[in-house]
Design a protein around this ligand. Structure first.
Ligand code: DLL
Length: 440
């Protein structure tokens, strides 16, 4: 553990501190100069907020609040006290700006250092960071976390796979931090070049949803390149809360991520009723920051779907854990009245050993009745006889809609070398959104 006194603290000790911090947070927000906070907390008295259970009395915050108060309206400190800003990856409209004081930047590095240790990182490691550097929190977040740990950080950023592979080989990186899709792309390119004997032991992957099936393929590909077991661990976070390092999977317990709740308080809500659901039940993750200065968030609606679990992990950490993110409340596709989560499609596709993990979902809106086209690559050049039919049946029984399934030779579908992978495309006219050669 990077900070055992916090990561393995007893639940009761942590609850005491959290209650105090929450009380102080409300006090600070009610006395700051932001009209947004004065208005949002109108009617709430800090004196009534004493324990984490009182969290439920507080109002929510959303991405729309950040957008409406662009750029600095939600700051709880004067802008002059901030030392850095990032922007979150919005798909439409203005970006949302998030800012950090010097203490926030230290906190950011701390939780990322903890996350790296969860994956098996050590201070003597070489850490290759292939998340984008810039407005996105991934690159700089992993960078300063790696430095805090004492690792030798290689700020490779995204893109330029040739140079990345050369650096990974020559500098003997122990760890690679990258989106899962980019880590896979690097493995594919390395295999094409016939590279072997890479030193990588662990992958720190996040920023986009990825299934257990994808993990299996990613670990197998890197294990092949390295000639020793390579583990891929899931790092979760979002700009509005801090960036990467809100929660992290440890080496001992794949499938659940420790939420660093001495800084970020998690709740799971039923998105329909906005009420808390019992532990173990899925719902929307809502987060409150209790130690951030510049841009604290209160009950921030992440839109990410997961479930909460408590109890000490095999690794000794006592933080509550969230299940790997299943999808977002807003990435659900509605096809012929049926709700379909892209992650379910990935789960079915990645069960097939014949596929290499590259796939794309096209929502075809050319007719009144929307239909679903699934494109996937096989490992090799020729799709095995009957595989497309088999996948169509499996998808139909899981999704309750029947998609068209088209299989392609490897290296046909679009790849993402910079930023977050795009899996879902819309087709509105005769232009193929995937830019594939016509088959007729
Ligand atoms: O993606 C922060 C990050 C950087 C996380 C590097 C991990 C590694 P945003 O760009 O603000 O921040 O996007 C946040 O990405 O609400 C989720 O929907 C999604 N996301 C992040 N991590 C995961 C993950 C960064 N491990 C949004 N699994 C979040 C699934 C993830 N989805």
């Amino acid at each position: 553990m990077f900070r055992a006194e916090a990561e393995a603290a007893s639940e009761s000790a942590r609850r005491d501190v959290q209650g105090r911090q929450l009380h102080e947070l409300v006090q600070v927000l009610k006395n700051c100069r932001s009209d947004f906070w004065l208005d949002r907390l109108d009617g709430i008295e800090a004196a009534d907020i004493r324990t984490v259970d009182d969290l439920q009395q507080l109002p929510f915050t959303t991405k729309a609040d950040l957008r409406d108060n662009y750029p600095w309206g939600m700051l709880a400190v004067p802008r002059s006290l901030t030392v850095r800003a990032h922007a979150s990856s919005g798909t439409s409209g203005r970006p949302t700006i998030v800012a950090y004081t010097s203490r926030d930047v230290t906190l950011f590095a701390e939780v990322v250092a903890r996350s790296l240790v969860c994956a098996g990182a050590r201070s003597e490691d070489v850490l290759h960071v292939a998340y984008g550097y810039g407005l996105f929190t991934g690159g700089l977040g992993l960078h300063y976390g790696g430095e805090k740990l004492g690792a030798t950080v290689i700020p490779a950023s995204g893109g330029n796979t040739e140079l990345q592979l050369q650096l990974l080989t020559d500098l003997r990186a122990d760890g690679l931090a990258a989106t899962p899709s980019f880590a896979m792309l690097l493995a594919e390119r390395a295999a094409h070049q016939g590279l072997t004997g890479l030193n990588v032991r662990y992958l720190v992957c996040g920023a986009e949803p990825w299934s257990e099936g994808f993990r299996g393929k990613l670990e197998a590909a890197w294990t092949e390149l390295a000639g020793h077991p390579v583990i891929a661990r899931d790092i979760y976070g979002l700009s509005e809360v801090i960036g990467p390092g809100v929660a992290m999977e440890c080496a001992e317990s794949p499938g659940s991520l420790h939420v660093f709740d001495d800084h970020f308080l998690p709740e799971i809500l039923d998105p329909e009723t906005d009420k808390r659901v019992p532990d173990g039940q899925r719902g929307e993750l809502v987060l409150t920051t209790v130690t951030k200065e510049a841009l604290p968030v209160v009950r921030y609606r992440t839109g990410d779907v997961t479930a909460l679990q408590r109890g000490t992990c095999a690794c000794g950490r006592t933080h509550p854990r969230i299940a790997r993110i299943e999808g977002r409340t807003d990435d659900m596709l509605i096809v012929r009245g049926v709700n379909v989560f892209p992650r379910e499609i990935e789960t079915v596709l990645l069960e097939a050993e014949e596929l290499n993990g590259a796939y794309a979902i096209v929502v075809d809106r050319r007719e009144t009745m929307v239909s679903l086209d699934i494109h996937a690559e096989v490992a090799g050049t020729v799709p095995p006889e009957g595989l497309a039919d088999h996948l169509r049946h499996r998808l139909t029984s899981r999704l309750r809609v029947t998609p068209r399934v088209t299989l392609h030779p490897e290296d046909t579908l679009p790849r993402t070398a910079v930023g977050k992978v795009k899996r879902v495309y819309e087709r509105l006219d005769d232009t193929d959104p995937l830019g594939l050669p016509r088959s007729d």
